[in-house]
Design a protein around this ligand. Structure first.
Ligand code: NAP
Length: 234
């Protein structure tokens, strides 16, 4: 399969890139700032290439998707993974903390998916996986911006899945809990672990395995769903 993953340079996105590369798929990933890491990944896998793209910019997305299609010859699978958080109680939240989180986590879904879905409709096949969060399922204090963006992504997943089901294109969301990546690196893991029924953070590779199942042929009848992967949270 020809796979495009956003935010493939680190964390969950990187684990997806590496799993798909080992499964012999052709992969293009977008990164934003980490050119060095992106380059390292590409050197490791002949079937992987990287394109720099800030997914919050519609112009950059347009150019990067065109480059990706040129490299792959088409896109069968889109993983909307790139994301950021800017936590803080809402009373103290700056306008930028709201806008940046909405643009990167939610608007990017619209810019990317709109471009990629047209050829999928013509081909009558395709897989879209949106990486949301347990924060969008339950709401978390200090994350009004992030919970809003991730909840909206779940709504978008449900609505788009119904638009595309007849074309044999599935659209699903994956909602991780606490996963050990740079995004959670400065959190107090020993305290937070106590709130997780399984008593541990998840690994990016565990999320990648779920994403890999959702884009497989075996998952052809699953669409419009949000699957939590959170060690019992949510
Ligand atoms: P991470 O380790 O911080 O990595 C974030 C990735 O997104 C990086 O590859 C980064 O690229 C890319 N990125 C950030 N802003 C971007 C932009 N404007 N344009 C393009 N790429 C951008 O994060 P993660 O933990 O793997 O999270 C991946 C996804 O899972 C996110 O959507 C996050 O919200 C979601 N999630 C994570 C957790 C968790 O506990 N870790 C839980 C629930 C949901 P650069 O390396 O170039 O900066």
């Amino acid at each position: 399969m020809r796979i495009l993953i956003t935010g493939g340079s680190r964390g969950i996105g990187r684990a997806c890139v590496e799993l798909f590369a080992k499964q012999n798929h052709d992969v293009v990933f977008f990164y934003c700032k980490n050119a060095f890491t992106a380059d390292e990944i590409c050197k490791q896998y002949a079937n992987v290439s990287a394109v720099q793209c800030d997914v919050s910019s519609p112009d950059e997305v347009r150019a990067a998707v065109a480059e990706c299609i040129e490299k792959l010859g088409g896109i069968d699978v889109l993983i909307n993974n790139a994301g950021i958080r800017r936590d803080g109680l809402m009373v103290f939240m700056e306008d930028n903390d709201w806008a940046d989180v909405m643009r990167t986590n939610l608007d990017s879904f619209f810019y990317l998916t709109k471009l990629v879905v047209n050829p999928m409709i013509r081909a009558r096949r395709g897989r879209i996986v949106n990486i949301t969060s347990i924060s969008g399922v339950t709401g978390l204090p200090g994350q009004v911006n992030y919970s809003s963006a991730k909840a909206a992504l779940i709504g978008a997943t449900k609505a788009l899945s119904k638009e595309l089901a007849a074309r044999k294109i599935t659209v699903n969301a994956v909602a991780p809990g606490f996963i050990a990546t740079d995004m959670t690196a400065e959190l107090d893991e020993s305290e937070l672990k106590k709130t997780i029924p399984m008593g541990r953070f998840g690994q990016p590779e565990e999320v990648a395995a779920l994403v890999s199942f959702l884009v497989s042929e075996q998952a052809a009848y699953i669409t419009g769903q949000t699957i939590n992967i959170a060690g019992g949270l949510g």
